[in-house]
Design a protein around this ligand. Structure first.
Ligand code: GUN
Length: 284
């Protein structure tokens, strides 16, 4: 058994970045977005910094609004509504998680669907579910690109998704169904998770548990996609026991440099697409 193909997310993201850079240069004005961050969550600080850096690299204008941890829900809504009305802002990102006193669902519903760079507004995710997307969710797009880099045709593949979050597990389902996959969404209350993972052609894990996926619970030749980001002794690791699983899988994403760079680049692509839809719609 040969070792698995390592899916290089940084390389795949660079290909998309180069296209985006060209695209941005051809536009009448620079697309722009604002990230709204509440409080000081360390992981959020890093994510926001990465988004702003990537934007600068591509030539997109990114700004952030930092709100104090104790901002009221009402005041946060006022900030979002102001951004909704600002014609110089093409994309809005509300960095999650939000503090407990703020209702995430209410906030995401306030982001204008036309400016919803994360595809987290219920109207946009509803359109994805119905197969008529306005914008696509970022991490699921990255996951699909990673899978398709090693397997072009997915019809009939069985997929086990571990984790049912609004950012990864749930929005992945319509994208994989569109590819004619058979999809199971597993979670912390699934009685025997291995019953599904051992039969799956593709295993996607976003469980937030280091080394959760071992070689004993996957099928020989499976594609294994690791969306986990865990910090252990200052080092970032995923949810997959990479060294052991790579000896059994057909292909595997590493952490870091797997799905992470793809998520950020698709966010940038969404911002450019939202700008175009708002300000430079094509004739067709
Ligand atoms: N927090 C963790 N991941 C994400 C993401 O993809 N988008 C937003 N807005 N917040 C996050």
């Amino acid at each position: 058994m040969t070792s698995a193909k390592i899916i290089d997310g940084t390389f795949l993201a660079k290909e998309i970045l180069e296209k985006l850079e060209k695209d941005v240069k051809s536009l009448k004005r620079v697309p722009s977005f604002v990230v709204v961050k509440v409080g000081c969550n360390t992981a959020s600080e890093i994510y926001v910094r990465n988004k702003l850096r990537k934007a600068e690299e591509i030539g997109i204008k990114g700004n952030k609004i930092e709100c104090s941890e104790d901002i009221s829900q009402e005041d946060l809504i006022t900030i979002i509504e102001k951004l909704n009305r600002d014609s110089a802002v093409d994309g809005i990102i509300v960095q999650l998680p939000l503090p407990k006193h703020i209702d995430e669902n209410i906030i995401l519903e306030k982001v204008a669907p036309e400016k919803d760079a994360d595809c987290l507004n219920p109207k946009n995710i509803g359109r994805v579910m119905l197969g008529n997307p306005f914008v696509l969710p970022c991490t699921p797009q990255g996951i699909l690109t990673a899978i398709k880099s090693v397997r072009k045709e997915l019809t009939g593949n069985s997929v086990a998704i571990i984790g049912r979050s609004n950012i990864v597990g749930k929005p992945l389902v319509p994208l994989l169904l569109k590819e004619d996959c058979t999809v199971s969404v597993l979670h912390s209350k699934t009685p025997d998770l291995t019953k599904y993972t051992r039969k799956a052609d593709i295993v996607i894990v976003a469980a937030g548990a280091p080394k959760f996926i071992t070689e004993t619970i996957i099928k020989e030749g499976a594609i294994v996609i690791d969306v986990g980001i865990n910090r252990i002794d200052g080092k970032i690791v995923g949810d997959v026991d990479f060294e052991r699983v790579k000896e059994k899988a057909f292909a595997i994403t590493p952490v870091p440099k797997g799905i992470g760079p793809l998520t950020v680049i698709y966010l940038m692509k969404n911002i450019v697409d939202l700008y175009k839809k708002q300000h430079e719609p094509s004739e067709s």
